[in-house]
Design a protein around this ligand. Structure first.
Ligand code: 5GP
Ligand code: MN
Length: 340
């Protein structure tokens, strides 16, 4: 995708003025959040800027191989002041893979207070553009990582792309598209992939690192989810999985362990929507997936004040696990109203 030259000119002007850049992404960073942040980090280094990445909470274990010598901090309740000061010290803040400050969770107050020039690079619907000085936003791309690739290319900086950056962009694109099985019907996706492979990346190895790294406990947790904890509502083309806290404890849950489970329920013949409900300490984490014209973004927003994309969305429910499921169940007969 060719990015408007007015936008890339403004971006490059700001980069040339920047003394210290902060890179912030959404809470519960996923492959696209981590991949696009790291790729941007290395791009900015090459542009002569020392960036720093801030995560609101820990990235999942299956992405830890990506992080080597980057200047990266993860918020926790002990380092709040340090993180705050460092973010406040940045004169440019890049916000990646989210559309509104609240998605940065623990980092939101710093984003709100900071007077820095804020740049959004994102692929969600309805970006909160008024909160940003410069907005790169489109849903017509596979991931934030692929949009970032286009921004770098449209800025005339394709030559700065190296193998490491290509690997990060590949991770973002692969994880946000279920390894190119959804949100990947763009010819540009494959143009970019071709360029990434020309830079020498090993796609099979990256897939192996990201997906074939289960602990035995995690694999057995998947087994439990697909066996005992699965409910199928064939009449509403829906299947959902519930994960109560006691199951998470029994299987020594670690962040990232539940990644991907929700997609399996969608693999049942005739099922067009899947959901996963995970009981956390103070909320229920909701994940929704769909196939085709069923808009789960709207379902997440209407039922649980969440959001996301047409075929993949999430939310935090403040109700109990039982009430969350009840609310979901009562909406199933209206599922056809959510077709686009
Ligand atoms: P996941 O189910 O993987 O946690 O989230 C799927 C997608 O939904 C994410 O890529 C993100 O775009 C969106 N999403 C997840 N959680 C939330 C949320 O709490 N609020 C909003 N607005 N979007 C979310
Ligand atoms: Mn994304």
């Amino acid at each position: 995708m060719i990015i408007d030259s007015d936008l890339t000119n403004r971006l490059q002007q700001q980069i040339s003025k920047t003394r210290k850049a902060a890179i912030i992404t959404h809470h519960n960073p996923d492959g696209d959040a981590v991949g696009s942040s790291l790729a941007l980090y290395h791009y900015l280094l090459k542009k002569g800027i020392k960036p720093e990445i801030f995560f609101s909470n820990m990235y999942p274990d299956f992405l830890s191989w990506m992080i080597t010598d980057e200047n990266l901090s993860v918020y926790n309740n002990k380092n709040e002041d340090v993180i705050k000061n460092r973010i406040m010290d940045a004169d440019t803040i890049f916000c990646l893979d989210f559309n509104s400050f609240h998605r940065a969770w623990h980092l939101k107050p710093f984003l709100k207070t900071s007077k820095a020039y804020k740049i959004l690079i994102d692929h969600h619907t309805e970006p909160d553009s008024k909160s940003f000085d410069l907005t790169f936003s489109t849903t017509q791309t596979s991931a934030t990582a692929s949009l970032l690739f286009d921004i770098i290319a449209s800025s005339g900086d394709t030559h700065l792309m190296d193998k490491k950056m290509a690997e990060f962009i590949y991770v973002g694109m692969a994880t946000d598209t279920g390894s190119f099985s959804y949100n990947a019907n763009y010819t540009r996706t494959y143009d970019i992939l071709s360029q990434l492979f020309s830079l020498g990346i090993d796609g099979a190895h990256i897939q192996h690192l990201v997906y074939n790294n289960f602990t035995e406990k995690r694999m057995r947790l998947f087994g439990l989810c697909l066996n005992q904890n699965l409910t199928v509502r064939k009449e509403h083309k829906t299947a959902y999985i519930t994960l109560p806290m006691n199951d998470l404890k029994e299987y020594s849950y670690k962040p990232g362990d539940t990644e991907g489970i929700v997609n399996y329920a969608l693999a049942i013949k005739g099922i067009e929507m899947s959901a996963l409900f995970i009981e956390r300490k103070d909320l229920i984490r909701v994940s929704l997936r769909s196939y085709g014209n069923l808009n789960v973004n709207k379902i997440a927003a209407d039922l649980f004040n969440g959001g996301g994309h047409k075929n993949a969305a999430g939310a935090n429910s403040k109700l109990s696990l039982a009430d969350t499921i009840k609310k979901f169940e009562t909406h199933l007969p209206k599922i056809d109203n959510y077709r686009t």
